[in-house]
Design a protein around this ligand. Structure first.
Ligand code: ADP
Ligand code: ZN
Length: 745
């Protein structure tokens, strides 16, 4: 591929070789550099190369011979003449990225239509979470014969002498020279880079530390998974079982089997489910905690875990979706817990679903993948039905614990008092639960005080100026805030439209408002509020979970944070304030999502001896979602969902990609969308829907239009999209985001 713009030319000895280096940046492909004669470079080596006036870290890249033709991306192959190539500055003392990981990066890039460098960035840089690059130092290397020894260079070499390695800055200061001198010496091969971090010793999990006693369906499932792991090779198994049936317990048996083969394990969890609780449980089973990987871990732990996965010192990593891009030396098993979770979809940068990419990584690495869920996604069920995935079922809760008894509260028959949101039946249930010294939980998936603020005088609604959304009142902070762009303004005292004083009214509940109501009703209860506003991240979440386990709270009020796989032994009542929330709107996936979320919430109740109860407040108790939650018959519900999606070839029975066109001006967005519409692909089994306003037609000040490309399963969308996008020139003012397998449609 082309050479980056160079600021100065360097003489390259004729003996140097040409290498391709992929940089963790949004370029279309890798760049060519010259490998100096003294530097033996292999694909996967992590190197430092000049780009413009800076040095960047990249990876020696080979072309991907094994990409299937419909995924292969075109690279601009006009080679730069050898005389104009700039040399690689240094090979860093880091474990090289192995061929399996390089293939994975290529595939993810090709599948998501993202620049490969952006995918590499997730491996190398973990862009939002800091740099895993270790601190590097220099040691003297045998002096190349051609080296010109200037006085400055001599000073550097004598400072370095036989002492310990020093960093660039440290060395430059000690020798009284500029950093350029050091770089010059490094370029010439007179310095050798070394890693300054000491290696980190990770405790070794012991597969036989404390295995559970298994029988019946648990034993069968564990045996099947162990056999899978021992045989090795790619396979996908859906481990399905109601909450509390022992899924975690069983997949830990697969972890144990993998540890015995000496290979590494990756367990993916939705970020907020990465809890102290899970780690403790792992430690009880294996004697030591696993390595963890999520957005909050510190630089040092990040570096150690990255290096440890690469050199094999780390045997089990439990992480959020970004852990998928760690450089495992010898991966042997991948587990995705809560596989149905929409949180596995990354919605910024490279748009990918970690569940799907985990299956891809498993396939490329030739290792088994386990997907666990109480409410599997329709995608996964369809793969089971088609015989692509194996299926193991744990039909009952462990130890005979009963599933919670579910009751629907028709709000038309049991209306809450005016201006309040808890029906008398739910209040009484909470009161009785607290009376018995048991814990109760109220669930409402909405942050803030009220989702809508309306002027009683003129009907004006407080709207975000940058997004198609209402501003949400946060009463504790006295502000209105947009949940899409975070625009925040003080709560006005008069209506901005008609100037009426004190006319603004909060409409509908958020959890702050439910908390206010609960405080009035249960003044003596210790209330714990759990939402991303009160918790921030995994650490604070873990602390709150601990508090609940230690019975330091009586009533828990939370958003979806509370719905994850927590084990609350003292919780016996769950009240869902608005079970209908999420069923409005046109999204075909709304029913599936709502049932998954509510089942998960309900599953928090009664996980120990005391039986659990769940109350769902709803205005539409006849809705199939409510009926399925009542009967617990998800299979029939999912069969109905499947029947609805099959005829139109909606996912998972067809393939779908979204093109979101956005621009600062509505007209530009409309024009670009229309242009794409006119160039739309057509053919047997290919359909384009739209352009239409995107679900958030205005987001962060950009007007958004959406086109959906839907094809039969046998037709890949990537080549169609590539041709389509190449056929139109939309100009610089317009951005197009490609979302393969969008979560909502
Ligand atoms: P799930 O992941 O399906 O929600 P878990 O694996 O968390 O289920 O199991 C629920 C509870 O039952 C946990 O406290 C777990 O330790 C316990 N449990 C499950 N199976 C066993 C077993 N075979 N022996 C002992 N405890 C078990
Ligand atoms: Zn906004």
């Amino acid at each position: 591929m082309a050479q980056p713009p160079s600021s100065h030319e360097t003489d390259i000895p004729a003996s140097s070789r040409r290498v391709s280096v992929l940089l963790p940046m949004p370029f279309a492909g890798a760049f060519d550099y010259a490998a100096p004669a003294h530097m033996a470079l292999q694909p996967g080596d992590i190197v430092s190369v000049p780009l413009g006036k800076r040095l960047e870290t990249g990876v020696v890249w080979d072309q991907a011979p094994d990409l299937p033709p419909d995924l292969a991306f075109a690279t601009d192959t006009k080679p730069v003449p050898a005389s104009r190539l700039r040399p690689v500055s240094a090979r860093l003392d880091l474990p090289p990225l192995n061929a399996e990981l390089r293939r994975f990066v290529n595939w993810v890039a090709a599948y998501t239509l993202s620049p490969p460098g952006m995918v590499l960035a997730m491996t190398l840089r973990q862009p939002m979470q800091g740099v895993p690059a270790p601190s590097m130092g220099w040691l003297p290397a045998p002096l190349p014969e051609t080296l010109r020894l200037t006085p400055a260079r001599q000073k550097v070499l004598s400072v370095l002498g036989k002492g310990p390695p020093r960093t660039t800055t440290d060395l430059a200061n000690a020798a009284g020279v500029g950093a350029a001198v050091i770089r010059g010496l490094a370029d010439a091969g007179a310095l050798r880079p070394v890693r300054l971090d000491p290696g980190h010793a990770f405790a070794t999990p012991n597969p036989d530390h404390c295995p559970p006693v298994l029988e019946g369906a648990q034993l069968e499932a564990a045996q099947a998974l162990r056999a899978n792991v021992r045989e090795g090779g790619f396979s996908v198994t859906l481990l399905e079982g109601v909450t509390g049936s022992g899924k975690t317990e069983i997949y830990q048996e697969a972890v144990a089997a993998c540890l015995k083969t000496g290979r590494q394990v990756l367990v993916l969890l939705p970020e907020i489910a990465l809890s102290a609780q899970w780690m403790e449980r792992f430690a009880r089973r294996f004697g030591v905690p696993p390595a963890i990987w999520h957005s909050e871990i510190g630089q040092k732990a990040r570096r150690q875990t990255w290096l440890g996965t690469a050199d094999g010192a780390v045997q089990v990593v439990v992480g959020a979706r970004s852990a998928l891009f760690l450089p495992f030396e010898a991966l042997g098993l991948i587990i995705v817990d809560e596989e149905h979770e929409p949180l596995f979809k990354q919605e910024e940068g490279v748009l990918y679903n970690a569940r799907d990419m985990a299956v891809l990584r498993g396939r490329l690495a030739g290792v088994p993948v386990i997907l666990a869920s109480a409410t599997p996604s329709l995608e996964t069920l369809a793969n089971v039905e088609a015989g692509r995935y194996r299926h193991l079922v744990l039909p009952t809760r462990h130890g005979g614990a009963a599933l919670p008894e579910t009751r629907l509260l028709d709000l038309r028959d049991h209306p809450p008092p005016r201006g309040l949101f808890l029906s008398p039946v739910l209040r009484d249930e909470i009161a009785a639960t607290l009376e018995r010294q048991e814990q109760a939980m109220l669930f409402l998936n909405r942050r803030g005080y009220a989702p809508l603020t309306l002027c009683r005088a003129c009907g004006h609604r407080m709207e975000c100026p940058h997004c198609t959304s209402w501003l949400v009142e946060h009463r504790a902070r006295q502000v209105l805030s947009c949940h899409y762009c975070d625009t925040t303004q003080p709560l006005p005292t008069s209506c901005p439209a008609c100037n009426a004083e004190n006319s603004l009214t909060a409409i509908g509940p958020g959890i702050e408002r439910i908390t206010e109501e609960a405080r009035e009703l249960f003044p003596d209860a210790r209330i714990l509020v759990m939402s991303s506003d009160t918790l921030g991240g995994p650490k604070a979440t873990a602390a709150a979970i601990e508090k609940i386990s230690r019975r330091e709270a009586d009533l828990i009020i939370g958003t979806q944070v509370v719905a994850k796989g927590w084990h609350f032994p003292h919780l016996t009542l769950v009240g869902v304030v608005d079970a209908d929330l999420g069923l409005g709107g046109a999204d075909l996936r709304a029913g599936e999502r709502t049932i998954q979320l509510l089942h998960q919430v309900a599953g928090r109740a009664g996980r120990a001896e005391a039986p659990g109860r769940v109350l769902l407040q709803s205005y539409m108790p006849e809705h199939p979602v409510m009926q399925a939650l009542l009967s617990g018959d998800f299979d029939s519900f999912m069969a109905q969902e499947a029947a609805q999606r099959k005829p139109g070839f909606w996912p998972p029975y067809g393939r779908l990609a979204a093109l979101v066109v956005s621009a600062a001006e509505a007209q530009a967005a409309d024009q670009a969308a229309a242009m794409l519409g006119r160039a739309a692909p057509y053919g047997e089994g290919i359909q384009v829907l739209g352009p239409a306003p995107a679900p958030l037609a205005l987001l962060r000040g950009r007007h958004r239009r959406r086109l959906l490309l839907r094809t039969r399963r046998s037709i890949a969308v990537q080549p169609i999209l590539r041709r389509w996008l190449a056929a139109v020139d939309l100009g610089r003012a317009v951005r197009v985001d490609v979302d393969i397998d969008p979560v909502s449609f």
